[in-house]
Write a protein that binds this ligand. Structure first.
Ligand SMILES: Cc1cc2nc3c(=O)[nH]c(=O)nc-3n(C[C@H](O)[C@H](O)[C@H](O)COP(=O)(O)OP(=O)(O)OC[C@H]3O[C@@H](n4cnc5c(N)ncnc54)[C@H](O)[C@@H]3O)c2cc1C
Length: 406
């Protein structure tokens, strides 16, 4: 039997995240949209609360760092609703509050997911308290991440990697304690030589050059960072230093299987916020949305709303599926990209259509609808654009390699 309700065991976490979003993020949402680049100090208290929950065990998977795959699972019988599902559910709720603020939460960066995905146990323990940003994009490298130009060369005399290159559009790049930097060990060895390195803030040779002014998620800082002869201990290379051409790009790409469902969850959350407010505004205008009657016999605005909700539900279910598969140690690259493609696209469409449905109220700063329409667009761009997700889905379904389908 198909049972589409949220798992019982995760409902408390979901409800707590919703309360935090409503009482702590929403009240300062507009403030930090206007005060771009100002640090949202209210988040420090929230981060301390989440740390407390994690230490007590009550906050399993409460954020982006909860995406590690459970090696013990094979010993267990049946299915598991674990940290990945908990993460996407809590992140969606937090983004119902504010996406930019969620992206600014200490210790919940996309770099933390990268560490959780690729690090060995020793590294995981060492970097447990860090807040990590993720730096892949370069001035000449975006979607084509296999073309990374930043280099990391081992200096055997000091057992350090020496990193040189420039990273752009690094979310939380200025505020985070460390940055997970993608760099190549040897450009001549192609994509298999790309590895990720944890570079701690303040390491000589690492410099934040500037912050970007943006359309949306203005509460989140987005930095350009240069690395000039920047030395990191060789133990900061995440996972194995071995370059295995057969393995190709798989090690680094494994990160995306975990982070794409999280970004999809962000889109689900902000779209839900728009739908909830729009439904209330429509009701105030005398338009009730009735789920028990066919759309075509209802007010045009209600019919549009029902269609948007159906799109939203599809995105939500794909997101939950991708996370659930990660929890159950099933390969989920296809589902992660499907979720990201669907949620990224409908997230943008829904938030913009909600602006339209609420018209003057939607477009003005009286309500947050216009902000959510701006905030949601990035979720269809970073961690792989809409077009790139569709390409990955097509490759997976057709059994074609990246060389065969570009
Ligand atoms: C606010 C913000 C925050 C960001 N945060 C981070 C971060 O924390 N870390 C990080 O590393 N990066 C980050 N990025 C960068 C983001 O991941 C890239 O912008 C994204 O991957 C796209 O790369 P690009 O901008 O170079 O576009 P390009 O790769 O140049 O693509 C341009 C357009 O062409 C399309 N396209 C490209 N290749 C194909 C193809 N083969 N088939 C069809 N269409 C194609 C793309 O979909 C896109 O529409 C951020 C960007 C922004 C705007």
């Amino acid at each position: 039997m198909i049972h589409l309700d949220d798992p019982l065991r995760l409902r408390t976490l979901r409800d707590q995240a919703h309360q935090v979003a409503m009482n702590m993020l929403r009240p300062v949402s507009r403030k930090y949209d206007r005060a771009e680049h100002e640090y949202p100090k209210e988040l420090d208290m929230l981060a301390a609360m989440i740390d407390g929950l994690s230490e007590s065990g009550a906050g399993e998977g409460a954020g982006a760092s909860g995406v590690r795959r459970d090696e013990q699972l094979e010993a267990l019988s049946g299915v598991k609703n674990g940290a990945n599902l908990a993460s996407v559910m809590s992140i969606a709720e937090m983004c119902w509050g504010d996406v930019g603020l969620l992206l600014s939460m200490p210790r919940q960066g996309l770099g933390n997911s990268a560490i959780a995905s690729v690090a060995d146990d020793e590294q995981l323990a060492r970097f447990k308290d860090t807040w990590a940003a993720m730096a892949i994009t370069e001035p000449g490298v975006g979607s084509d991440s296999a073309n990374i130009q930043t280099t990391a060369v081992l200096d055997p005399a000091t057992d350090c990697y020496v990193i040189n290159g420039e990273k752009i559009f690094v979310t939380a790049g200025e505020r985070a304690d460390s940055v997970v930097v993608w760099a190549t060990l040897d450009r001549s060895l192609g994509r298999a030589a790309i590895k990720s390195f944890v570079v701690e803030k303040g390491t000589p040779g690492m410099k934040v050059e500037r912050l970007e002014h943006k359309l949306g998620i203005r509460a989140s800082d987005t930095a350009t960072i240069t690395f000039t002869d920047c030395r990191v201990p060789k133990e900061n290379l995440l996972g194995t230093a071995e370059v295995d051409p057969k393995q190709g790009f798989a090690g680094a790409m494994a990160t995306f299987d975990n982070t794409r469902p999280l970004v999809a969850a962000m889109a689900v959350g902000v779209a839900r916020a728009s739908l909830d407010l729009t439904r209330d505004l429509l009701a105030q205008a005398g338009v009730e949305v009735d789920h028990d009657r066919p759309a075509q016999v209802q007010h045009a605005a209600a019919a549009t709303f029902l269609q948007l909700e159906a799109d939203w539900e599809g995105a939500r279910l794909l997101t939950l599926q991708a996370a659930w598969e990660a929890d159950n140690r099933k390969p989920n690259s296809l589902e992660a990209s499907m979720a990201k493609a669907k949620a990224g696209r409908v997230g943008s469409e829904i938030t913009l259509r909600c602006v339209e449905l609420a018209s003057t109220l939607g477009y003005s700063e009286t309500e947050l609808l216009e902000k959510w329409a701006r905030d949601s667009k990035i979720l269809d761009i970073f961690e792989g654009t809409q077009q790139i997700q569709q390409l990955i889905v097509a490759r997976r379904l057709l059994g074609l390699s990246s060389a065969e389908l570009k």
